[in-house]
Design a protein around this ligand. Sequence first.
Ligand code: NOJ
Length: 555
Amino acid sequence: MNPASVTLALLAVSTSLSSAPIASNRWYDHAVIYEIYPRSFQDTNGDGIGDLNGITARLDYLKELGVDAIWITPFFPSPNFDFGYDISDYTSVAPEYGTLHDWNKLVAEANKRGIRILIDFVLNHTSDQHPWFKESRSSRTNPKRDWYVWRSGGGPDQPPTHWTSIFGGYTWTWDAPTTQWYYHIFLPQQPDVNWRNPQLRNAMYNVVRFWLDHGASGFRLDATPYLFEDPAFPEDPHPPQPGAEAALKPYNSGRPENHEVLREMRKILDSHPGNPVLLGESSTATIEDLAKVYGTNHDEIQLPMDFLFGNLTTLDAAVFKKQVDAAQLQLGGQTPVFFFSSHDHPRQWSTFGDGAHNDQIAKLTAALTLAQHGCVLLYYGEEIGMGTMPADQLKTVPIGPKRPRADDRDGERTPMQWDLAKNASFTNGEPWLPVETGADRYNVATEKQNPDSIYSWYSKLLKLRHDDAAFREGAYIPLDSGNRDVFAFGRKAGSGEMALIVLNTSPKDQTVSITGTSGGWPNFRKLLMASPQAELPTSQTFTIAAYGVMIATTE
Ligand code: NOJ
């Protein structure tokens, strides 16, 4: 073996044993980031729509829960064809959410509590009502024509390609007055900007600077795979069916040009104090592709969301292990980002619940993500076991001024459930979406009183992540449970403390025989958390209850 291959072989051995412990002092490497859908979190002016002042009013709750940062989905002016993901003004606050003054207040109050704020940056497209697009479509010779992606195709009946949009139909819309097609990977009301144009690029970077100067600690970057298209616009003889995964094609996503933009954006962030961060909506088809999103020199997105994990929908220990091992061991030591629920994903209490043991299963999926090495995203209400509004109930919700369009994803966007008062104290008015039916049981006030509630479980897990060295910075140790229904893994701190996490995804008690701990079976001396109650394991062979979670430590 030559020296280079010896080094490679050694690297392969070390990465297969554990992830790197978190040695950096970058706040986001082990952060819990709490996603807030502002429309649904807390209304303070009685219009039935949540607002920025509502978030400010609930900061003490978030502080007590122990989150490090919040990510707020778009609150900028928008015609709301895609609830804020079609922005018509990047540097103002939509009146329904408040004012820039409210934003400043929110930042000041969050700073006092040590909570950082990430905002959603929709950089792939604007609204078709954005002044940039209005200018661009006004004539073929307008200076902003090239800020968007225009092609002639073969005339009004012949689009330039037959590529499929993520939201259905083709990616092209005909503009009769200027007799050209414009490109949109999402809705026709969301035209893609042209990142090849230097002026557009600069205008977008100014948006980044604006929000950094206004106290943002970073950005959740929307739809990052789609910034560039293959300039040859090759025809697709077999266009995919509409749908997010279907749209990930080499000609419309993951283009090499993306890296340059992300590096430039990262440079802007790095020149600002406070270690701001890029959290990427970075769907990839493989773990190798995900590793590339961090940048060859780790100079692009610090936190790309792992959709290979986040899109899992079956409760299966073997599948969880495969995906977690990949995230922990194959990302070249970069920080993995775990999540299950979001404003685009049905809530995990419903997704993984079997109808009879949903609360116990919610505790299991919470431990699965929150006990990981890396960054974890929580979606508002996940910590109290909010469920997805069933589709047939959602269908009965009327369309009106507060909810201009039906969207299947609204099932996971119902109002936050604070207590037993009317509308769960989300609003004094008529909520834009009804409160979910489980609110009398699943709400903050009720669950805070109960040490066995989902809230109390989350709160303990978050505390562990802050207070216990193994959970704060410990490396991930892959283990073999000897049982395909049980996922076991370890966390090991630099001090030598080792924690053991065991998760039974089956409806039956299971016996495990755990191997993979180096130097024999550690002396686990303390049971940190267990649901249902369990004994501290005294050897590597023990039984774990149906859907059981057990967390022990050597300290
Ligand atoms: C991803 C966002 O999360 C989703 O809600 C939105 O519809 C699309 N991007 C388009 O912006």
